[in-house]
Design a binder for this molecule. Structure first.
Ligand code: ADP
Ligand code: GLC
Length: 488
């Protein structure tokens, strides 16, 4: 199958979260499975084209926008450790900026930038003489690829048998914009914008709704999230729209690219280990504590709880804030957090580090290296999310024998199962109600298994044996693509 994947984020070139990991992983796996994927994304100002080996192609794109056309260039490279072609769209006015979505604030022209990206994807296919079977768009940024396919490009021979698949990674970000300019940029015009039209949602153009309505198949990133979003609590206002397309909405659990996330080969960590050398994990933890100044030798056996997370409401940071001082005050565990986002949360964690310098390691910012080290060194990984479409870090943690403590929602509910002392089954600890006391109780249960043999070894082995391999995910998508093609 010829698959054109278009996304605003692809790891390692541009990333704010799991979207980038997934969009880099799937095409590699499809290629391994004998398919023919290409990847399209913007050439952002911060992408180091030399480092990643991108070259200009000298192809010029002519992209219709509104009643005019715009021009762009294409750069060509590959996804690291693969031959998957990556095409960067160079349009400096839109993309030569320090941010993906914004800096202090969202860029005010994001509707225009992302409509351009979605439209340019088709022009890239034409310029390369690539005939896609599937256009695979991700999240609201590229949602307009779906109506562009259905209403414009299907009429061209090249795209007449192409199916459109739209993947929702996070319903909380929908892309709602002012209709007049947005409809003009899209070329559809205000005639297509009326109450109840596929573009309209409560007076705005809602990109997410547009993607959902025009796609041949809609996927989201875990089976539980696919069910949850059909109800008001998780639907973010779009539950009716999702129910309308319910027959075409499928949950495909994200997978892990174990080439990057396996303690046996990870080059970022102090020493490699695997299921048969779990004792080495203690050395990894010790060296991590030592490096980060938490080298209080009397206390090397204290459990370490880690978090690597965007600091947003989604991630349940308010629950952590509510309880963490009590725990650190009691000396119950050490806490390592890497994250950035909400300024108020950032300030709180900086204060926490000042107050508990021996027990709290806080790094505000973004660091790939430290994310691997925290995940490897920690005994437990905390993810009390309010909602979680899938979540990758709990799956990464399990491979490292780091036990997840999670709220039972979305992909967390599909991957983390409470340990059962009687049967020795289970890979973590979970709680259901979004409430700090329930989280605290799950943490207590987790702490009581620490060094409690044989259970401590059994639960870590159970976690490490889980197989969330991205090749399975990639195969599931191929099935969805086949179903989507049946609709064309
Ligand atoms: P989300 O996409 O909602 O942020 P996921 O768990 O799916 O959640 O993916 C998060 C990805 O971003 C993981 O690869 C994680 O390691 C990474 N990540 C999040 N915050 C940071 C950070 N501060 N530094 C480095 N990596 C981070
Ligand atoms: C989103 C979600 C996260 C998911 C990721 C990749 O950012 O918040 O749960 O794992 O996308 O699909």
């Amino acid at each position: 199958m010829n698959i054109l994947l278009v996304s605003a984020e692809i790891e390692p070139f541009a990333k704010t979260g799991g979207l980038a990991d997934v969009c880099a992983t799937l095409p590699r796996e499809w290629q391994r499975l004998g398919q023919n994927p290409i990847v399209v994304m913007p050439k952002y100002g911060f992408i180091n084209v030399e480092k990643w080996g991108f070259r200009p192609t000298y192809l010029t794109l002519i992209v219709p926008m509104g009643y005019w056309t715009e021009f762009a260039h294409i750069w060509e490279g590959t996804l690291p450790n693969s031959n998957v072609p990556v095409y960067l769209i160079e349009h400096n006015h839109y993309f030569d900026r320090p941010g993906i979505y914004g800096e202090a604030n969202e860029y005010p022209d994001n509707n225009r930038r992302f409509i351009f990206l979605a439209r340019a994807a088709f022009e890239v296919a034409k310029a390369l003489d690539f005939t896609p079977d599937i256009i695979h768009a991700h999240d609201f940024h590229t949602a307009f690829a779906m109506p562009f396919l259905k209403a414009i490009y299907r009429k061209e021979h090249r795209f007449s048998k192409t199916a459109g698949v739209f993947t929702i990674h996070n319903l909380a970000y929908q892309g709602r914009y002012e209709p007049h300019s947005t409809m003009e940029f899209s070329t559809f015009g205000m005639k297509e914008f009326y109450p109840g039209s596929w573009f309209e949602f409560y007076g705005s153009v809602n990109f997410m709704k547009v993607g959902i309505m025009f796609a041949d198949k809609i996927t989201t990133v875990s089976p539980t999230y696919a069910r949850e979003i059909r109800y008001p609590y998780y639907g973010e206002g779009l539950h009716d729209v999702l129910n309308y397309r319910g027959a075409d909405l499928i949950g495909v659990l994200n997978g892990v690219y174990y080439n990057d996330w396996d303690p046996n080969v990870d080059r970022h960590i102090y020493k490699n280990y695997n299921l048969d050398s779990l004792f080495v994990k203690n050395e990894v933890k010790r060296s991590f504590l030592y490096e980060n100044g938490l080298n209080d030798y009397d206390n090397l056996d204290k459990p370490l709880i880690g978090m690597v997370s965007r600091l947003t409401e989604q991630k349940g940071i308010d629950l952590v804030r509510y309880k963490i001082e009590q725990y650190l005050g009691e000396g119950a565990f050490r806490f390592a957090l890497l994250g950035s986002g909400n300024k108020n949360d950032e300030n709180f964690f900086v204060y926490l580090k000042w107050k508990y310098p021996k027990d709290a390691l806080i790094q505000i910012g973004y660091s790939d290296l430290l994310s691997h080290r925290i995940i490897a060194a920690s005994d437990f990984f905390l993810m009390p999310s309010r909602f979680e479409p899938c979540g990758l870090t709990q799956m990464y943690s399990m491979k490292y024998g780091t036990i997840p403590i999670v709220r039972q929602t979305g992909g967390l509910a599909d991957t983390v199962f409470e340990y059962n002392y009687a049967t020795g089954e289970g890979n973590g600890f979970n709680f259901y109600q979004y409430n700090a006391d329930d989280m605290a109780w799950a943490i207590r249960r987790a702490l009581s298994i620490y060094n409690n043999q044989p259970h401590w070894d059994i639960i870590r082995q159970n976690a490490m044996k889980m197989d969330f391999s991205s090749s399975k995910t990639a195969m599931e998508y191929l099935k969805v693509f086949t179903w989507a093609l049946e609709k064309v």
